[in-house]
Design a protein around this ligand. Structure first.
Ligand SMILES: C[S@@+](CC[C@H](N)C(=O)[O-])C[C@H]1O[C@@H](n2cnc3c(N)ncnc32)[C@H](O)[C@@H]1O
Length: 280
């Protein structure tokens, strides 16, 4: 497809960035104008629109605006992820899960619920699934994993569970053999035993109503997401996550992220390998 060669003026950039911010909490500073221009130029080509002003009007007023907002979100989100991302942090996650399992007393009626909020293409929730199978092979407890993201496109890819070798680069070979089927030269499909404990949802962390549909979690991982938000959006997302956690539940952020000067809702219970927060 040939891309339309249009320039994004400061005026239209401001309108588009405000619209994206209002919907998703993602903040594009002036320095990121070029990035937005590159990411959205494909939409101009697909819709056969001559310039970004027309694209903005399409998003605001066309009959297909709801559909196009979804495409906009698919285009502007940064979905970088991988299996076994940040292993030191995942080791802490396993320790915490052991405590949660112990507190549940290996009770067959108990469910332990884990949420990968903003899971992109599914590597994080499936990594959690593998860690559960490896660390609790004979537990009577039922584990449930929810993965969610604002981008419809990545959620549909997560549901398929098919991956190339690059995203699996940190996966130990024994784990790759055990939990994936090779289906092509560079293509691996996650096995059903992991797939069936994860469910995927299209959820915007800014939207309290949408987030409320996912609730009663023991542990939430919201890693490498709030870096894209300004303070106001961080507060919104974290408050929504707080409401979805059980009392006594834990929140993991990315290793460079923190709730400092965002909210005092949570108690900081770990720093070392990872910032770890608890709802008390
Ligand atoms: C860099 S990825 C992180 C994926 C994974 N958590 C990890 O650490 O590997 C960030 C994800 O956040 C999602 N995201 C951005 N804003 C969001 C919002 N308001 N609600 C839900 N997801 C959002 C993006 O679509 C993207 O897939």
């Amino acid at each position: 497809m040939e891309y339309i060669n249009a320039n994004l003026s400061d005026n239209v950039f401001n309108k588009l960035k405000d619209l994206i911010y209002e919907i998703s909490g993602i903040y594009f500073s002036g320095q990121k104008k070029y990035l937005l221009e590159t990411r959205l130029s494909k939409r101009l080509s697909v819709l056969n629109l001559p310039n970004f002003e027309d694209y903005y009007n399409y998003l605001k007023y066309s009959l297909s605006k709801d559909r196009e907002i979804k495409e906009l979100l698919n285009s502007v989100t940064t979905n970088e992820t991988s299996f076994f991302r940040d292993m030191p942090q995942l080791e802490v996650f396993v320790d915490i899960l052991k405590q949660v399992v112990q507190a549940a007393g290996n009770n067959a009626y108990k469910k332990i619920r884990i949420w990968s909020a903003a899971c992109s293409t599914g590597e994080e929730p499936y990594t959690i699934g593998i860690l559960i199978k490896e660390n609790f092979p004979s537990s009577d407890i039922k584990f449930e994993i929810a993965g969610s993201d604002i981008s419809e496109q990545v959620i549909s890819s997560a549901k398929k569970g098919i991956y190339g070798s690059y995203t699996l680069r940190n996966t130990p070979p024994a784990i790759l053999n055990k939990y994936f089927d090779r289906i092509g030269d560079d293509s691996y499909s996650i096995k059903d035993e992991i797939k069936k404990i994860a469910a995927f949802h299209n959820v915007n962390l800014m939207n309290a109503k949408e987030v409320k549909k996912l609730n009663e979690f023991d542990v939430v991982l919201c890693r490498n997401v709030i870096i894209y938000f300004d303070t106001e959006s961080k507060k919104k997302a974290i408050t929504n996550i707080y409401e979805s956690l059980k009392t006594g539940g834990y929140l993991f952020l990315g290793h460079s992220e923190s709730l400092h000067s965002i909210t005092s809702l949570f108690k900081l219970v770990g720093l070392g390998k990872t910032p770890l927060y608890k709802k008390e």
